[in-house]
Each structure stands twice: as C-alpha cells, then as structure tokens.
Design a binder for this molecule. Sequence first.
Ligand SMILES: Nc1ncnc2c1ncn2[C@@H]1O[C@H](COP(=O)(O)OP(=O)(O)O)[C@@H](O)[C@H]1O
Ligand SMILES: [Mg+2]
Length: 177
Amino acid sequence: MDFMIGLSSIIYKNMTTITIQSTSPEVTFKLGQVIGKWLSGREGLIFLTGDIGAGKTAISKGIVFGYGYSGRVTSPTFALINRYDLDNRSIFHMDLYRLSDIDELYEIGFDEISTGHYPVLVEWPEILNNEGYKPQIIIDIMRTADHEKRLISLTSTDKDFIDQMKAFEKKQSLSSV
Ligand SMILES: Nc1ncnc2c1ncn2[C@@H]1O[C@H](COP(=O)(O)OP(=O)(O)O)[C@@H](O)[C@H]1O
Ligand SMILES: [Mg+2]
C-alpha cells in the first residue's frame, strides 16, 4: 500500500517527520512564517490536519505572511477558498470542513488551482487524500493538556523540504524559536 490515512495522520513511504513544540499562538505563527519562506518558488498542496481549534488557521496566517503577503488573512471556513495575490505569484488557502462532495470543489475551479503553479494550503484535506491527491508537506497540529501548547509535526517526502526541515530542527535544538 502506498499510504494510509488515520484520523489526523497520513503515512507515506519514504517520508520524514519532524515535531516541533509550540508554546503560544505567536510561536505557531513564527513557525508558519518559516514554512512560508520555504514555499517561495514552490507549488503544490500543503495538508493541514488536526482538530478544530488546533491552530491550522493560525499557522496558515504565518505561512501566507512568510510567503510574502502582508495583508489581512482570514479563515476560509465559509468562503471555502481564499486567494492571496502577490506581485507575480499567489497562494491559496482552503478549508474543506464544510465540503460534502468533491464535485463542489471542481465547480469552484479546483482542477485549475491544483495544477497551477501555486502553493495551496488545505485545512481538512481528508477528502483530497481519499481522491488520491498527494501533498508536498503535511502539517499536523496536536493539542496538549496545556491549553497553549501544541505539538506540530511536519512530514514530507520531498528532498528539498526534508533538507529545510532538518536544518530547521537542528537550528531549533541549538536555540529556541
Ligand atoms: N500554541 C498555539 N498555536 C496555535 N494556536 C493556539 C496556540 N495556543 C492557543 N491557540 C489558540 O487556538 C486557536 C486556534 O484556532 P484556529 O487556528 O482557528 O484552529 P483551526 O483552524 O485548527 O480550527 C486560536 O484561538 C489560538 O489563539
Ligand atoms: Mg481553521
């Protein structure tokens, strides 16, 4: 089997995972900023998994900011999809929680979006996983007993992202975020 899906985790062959502890929404935002910089010049799906209130939208705001967009970023819970345009590139942010049928997604132009040269952040990506879409990175956020503490894991099978993840992990262990 190529991959399996659990409640909030997807397991791929040859994947690398690093786990980072976030102690506050600000730390999560900063981690998002770092990831957003990695996405410069890249394209493809970024899956965000974790319960409601875990921080998927919070980290997405950091990612969009780190990618270079400094305007207001809102949750796409109702819009389904938000698009942020920079001078010569864009980044998309989707929330598929309310999506009941994959066809709804194609109706709003998902085909074009997923094959375009943009990073596409996806909250509640399970339906895409079931359709066989593969992400560049999976960001899974787990709550802990401490209400401001989160365990954030980054998983990828992409060599460049893995190198960046490992370099970040190494730097982190030398100095805290
Ligand atoms: N370490 C943390 N990282 C991210 N969010 C946190 C953290 N601690 C507390 N929070 C709070 O958790 C909530 C996360 O909400 P949100 O990002 O909308 O979740 P989701 O999109 O996963 O449903 C926010 O109210 C945020 O302030
Ligand atoms: Mg959200």
